[in-house]
Design a protein around this ligand. Structure first.
Ligand SMILES: Nc1ncnc2c1ncn2[C@@H]1O[C@H](COP(=O)(O)OP(=O)(O)OP(=O)(O)O)[C@@H](O)[C@H]1O
Length: 541
């Protein structure tokens, strides 16, 4: 585990400015700390000798106020930088994953842990650990420099002992690395399992199996708790070891100064200043050791997050960074921007599967309605996902402009109806109501007490299956994409709703290219082009 990972400066450029500002403030804090030692020593000496107090007292008070101000500003900036970095990493992760085909995205539990706890764990790394690291680089050097000038024997003791602190911290850090990694794995398992249980809870309750999950979650939580306690034990142990070492070193300086003061070979002002300066050479390094443990999760998370962000993106439909294509797959080289979808010789096999789902599939859709039919499991959904760019074929080529894909289980999140309709961006209220009128939802929504501001539960809870289908169709109408892909748009809806949806799709196909997967005779009837998918012969990869 490195004390500082420079890659974060490249991944989140705002960190660069925060680190620079914090560095400048850290240096100012160092100067103020050293100044306080001098002023305090002068004040004590003035009291002992009966000299006038106002000047040293004013300096001491002024420097204490300055230090408090600087530390307040530093803490505020560090907390802000931490929140900014966490948000930026979260956005970058989600962007990076969305640009990859689904087969190359991380597992659900890994994605959840990295985007939620992982990015949050980076906050203490930026907000606490980094400023401490900067202070540790500045303050001890300044303190030792001043000691060299005012009392070289004290400086010698500090120089001979201070390096032991980072050495001990590094040794303890190396021991905790394994524990932190183990804790991180336990946390990923816990999140993944919890997510699965939450998603499957209605089914588990229906089959009377929900109670069993309590003990499974208890076991996973217990593993995570044990790993956390081990890390905490090591953190306390390491803090105590560094504290002891620093205290002994400062005591040596104090004893040497005391001996020289009693023999009269040292001035009281110099001796007192040396005793006050010596701890300043140790405490910032000691604090690095302590903060290192609270930021350890952040360091482990940062490793994983930067690895995810560093992974090359796969070629899309002509745009975005390019990586090595898999054998036989040709990225779209078509420069026509005519809104047409051109699929040629597509082959696709699911990772780990032996059977090819799509084999030499061709399709050209240039405006109008194309309906894909075929028996269940033949690969209709897979073809839509290949056109949408969420799956990369093993061979062939796909050319398509921006598409809006309505899956069989479209995303409807907890939030207002308006928020669910405007996922792609804000919309003019008139356009929103036009889309609702088109899909026959205007009456239902206008009758709700809070209209478009009415809350919707997760997965569209609160609407009927037909209303959900029409809501996601309204969302497709509002999308600016020239190509709309619909997977079974009339599944689970009554004949009246199916007819309304059919009419909307027909009107939509006048201005855009619509490709729909359907078994519904009425919709198949309306198609300008039909593609009947047949199961490929049993071919292995
Ligand atoms: N994630 C996956 N991993 C492995 N195999 C999969 C995966 N998703 C689908 N399949 C398999 O790929 C084949 C095609 O699935 P697909 O969903 O594309 O079929 P479909 O024609 O849309 O079926 P339906 O009409 O029932 O919706 C099926 O045999 C299915 O079992």
């Amino acid at each position: 585990m490195k004390p500082f990972d420079r890659r974060i400066l490249q991944a989140v450029p705002t960190t660069r400015r925060a680190v620079t500002v914090l560095g400048v403030i850290g240096a100012a804090q160092g100067v103020a700390t050293i100044g306080t030692a001098f002023a305090l020593a002068a004040l004590v000496v003035a009291v002992v000798r009966g000299d006038p107090l106002p000047a040293p007292a004013a300096w001491t008070a002024g420097l204490f106020v300055l230090r408090a101000l600087l530390s307040g500003i530093a803490e505020h900036l560090a907390a802000r930088a931490g929140a900014l970095v966490a948000t930026s990493l979260r956005e970058q992760l989600i962007d990076a994953w969305l640009q990859r085909p689904v087969d190359e995205r991380p597992s659900r539990e890994r994605a959840l842990t990295l985007a939620a706890q992982g990015t949050s764990a980076v906050e203490p790394y930026i907000a606490k650990y980094l400023p401490t690291l900067i202070a540790a680089a500045v303050v001890p050097a300044l303190a030792i420099g001043c000691l060299v000038v005012i009392d070289w024997p004290s400086a010698l003791v500090v120089v001979l002992t201070v390096w032991l602190l980072p050495l001990f911290a590094a040794l303890i850090g190396a021991t905790t690395q394994e524990d932190t990694d183990r804790r991180w794995v336990a946390l990923t398992e816990l999140s993944g399992h919890f997510l699965d249980v939450m998603r499957g809870l209605p089914t588990l309750v229906a089959y009377g199996r929900a109670e069993r999950q309590v003990s499974v979650i208890e076991q996973v939580s217990h593993r995570h708790r044990r790993a956390t306690m081990r890390t905490l034990r090591l953190a306390f142990l390491s803090a105590a070891a560094l504290e002891l070492l620093a205290t002994i070193s400062v005591a040596i300086v104090a004893v040497l100064v005391g001996l020289r003061l009693t023999t009269g070979s040292m001035d009281l002002l110099v001796g007192l200043t040396a005793i006050l300066l010596a701890p300043e050479a140790y405490w910032p390094i000691r604090r690095v050791g302590t903060e290192f443990h609270s930021a350890a999760d952040g360091v482990a998370a940062l490793e994983d997050i930067l690895a995810e962000l560093g992974e090359p993106l796969v070629p899309g439909h002509g745009e975005g960074p390019q990586s090595e294509p898999s054998s036989g797959y040709s990225p779209c080289l078509d420069t026509h921007d005519d809104g047409a979808v051109r699929v040629a010789g597509i082959r696709y096999t699911y990772p780990g599967a032996t059977r090819r789902v799509l084999d030499a599939v061709d399709l050209v859709a240039d405006g109008g309605l194309t309906v894909i039919t075929g028996p269940s499991g033949v690969g209709k959904t897979t073809l839509l996902e290949v056109i949408a760019g969420t799956r990369r074929p093993d061979a062939g080529s796909v050319c398509a402009p921006a598409v809006h894909l309505v899956t069989q289980r479209p995303f409807l999140g907890a939030g207002t109806l308006q928020a669910n309709l405007t996922l792609e961006g804000p919309q003019d209220p008139q356009r929103l109501w036009w889309a609702l009128r088109e899909t026959g939802l205007d009456g239902v929504i206008a009758a709700l007490p809070t209209g478009l501001d009415s809350p919707l539960g997760d997965d569209g809870f609160g609407l009927s299956a037909g209303q959900r289908a029409r809501l996601v169709l309204a969302r497709a109408l509002l999308s600016p994409a020239p190509v709309i892909l619909l997977d079974e748009p009339t599944a689970h809806v009554d004949p009246d709703s199916a007819a309304t949806i059919g009419d909307v799709i027909t009107r939509l196909a006048v201005t855009r290219t619509v490709i729909a997967v359907s078994h519904q005779p009425d919709l198949i009837e309306r198609a300008d082009t039909r593609l009947e998918l047949t199961a490929p012969a049993m071919v292995s990869r």
